[in-house]
Design a protein around this ligand. Structure first.
Ligand SMILES: O=P(O)(O)OC[C@H]1O[C@@H](O)[C@H](O)[C@@H]1O
Length: 269
């Protein structure tokens, strides 16, 4: 989905699959400074973004870009013959020559390093206070849990929380989680835990995290992730009782029809 200055752009599709772009609508919305939003739903959004940006260029309108979720941001390294798709997606954005690019909660530092004139925004850190209040979390006796070293690097600097970290081994190619162990120990059972991470896909990481946390005495387990794919609904979390509530944003997820998932609108950040 593409938005221009806060308005969603509608696109039609020709019978052969090509995209029809409404130039009049774009010119109606364009002004002295323009902000495009990329809410990635599929690769077709990249083509739409390109058409809109090029059209704005042709009419001498400058534009910045706000990326809700950077597509391919997890493909941030090469292992064996894997394709470094993040690099190529970043090259694509660089070719569009935005004045500035803001990326919400990138998976790693590789994303802002690859995208020209970019900066990252971490709403999870802002949301943590709200989640602490909603869950009745007590920083004196409850714990934040970071499922892997990447999450610890992103969020471990938050002050005033007791922290536990997971050691996760995942097969890069298949995505299968081989093991997840908790590093660190707890004073006594009966605590609450908030798992903090950037992205939930099928939720395997978080279900396993919640099970391990309950094994060491967690009485309540919550999940805070900025990005949550719709595939969570096909995963095992909704059927299990391991996670009491999920807090996320609408950078990827469609509106929730269950109390289990609480969605904060990203527009406020
Ligand atoms: O376990 P699922 O939900 O499939 O994947 C989410 C995890 O995989 C990583 O990329 C994310 O940072 C998170 O740790």
């Amino acid at each position: 989905m593409i938005m221009l200055n806060g308005e969603k752009l509608a696109f039609e599709t020709y019978p052969n699959g090509e995209t029809r772009v409404d130039g009049e609508r774009i010119l109606d919305l364009a002004g002295e400074s323009n902000r495009l939003v990329l809410k990635y739903e599929n690769d077709g959004d990249l083509i739409k973004l390109m058409f809109v940006k090029r059209f704005l260029d042709d009419h001498r309108y400058p534009a910045s870009l706000y990326v809700y979720y950077m597509p391919y941001s997890r493909m941030d390294r090469v292992e064996g013959a894997s394709v470094f798709t993040l690099k190529y997606a970043a090259n694509f954005l660089n070719g569009l020559n935005f004045e500035q690019v803001t990326v919400v909660e990138p998976h790693s530092d590789v994303t802002p390093a690859l995208i020209d004139r970019s900066s990252a925004k971490y709403p999870t850190v802002e949301l943590l206070d709200q989640v602490v209040r909603d869950t009745g979390f007590d920083p004196e006796k409850d714990y934040l849990f970071f499922p892997d070293a990447g999450a610890q690097k992103r969020y471990g600097k938050v002050k005033g929380f007791r922290q536990l970290v997971g050691f996760k081994e995942r097969d890069f190619r298949s995505g299968e989680i081989r093991r997840l162990d908790i590093v660190g120990s707890v004073d006594k059972p009966g605590f609450k835990a908030i798992i903090v991470d950037d992205l939930c896909s099928y939720g395997g990481t978080f279900l396993l995290s919640a099970e391990k946390l309950r094994e060491i005495g967690a009485a309540e387990v919550y999940l805070l992730v900025s990005h949550c794919e719709n595939s969570i609904r096909q995963g095992r979390i909704p059927q299990s009782n391991a996670i009491d509530r999920i807090y996320t944003t609408d950078t990827m997820l469609d509106p929730s029809d269950t109390d289990l998932i609480h969605i904060y609108p990203i527009g406020g950040f």
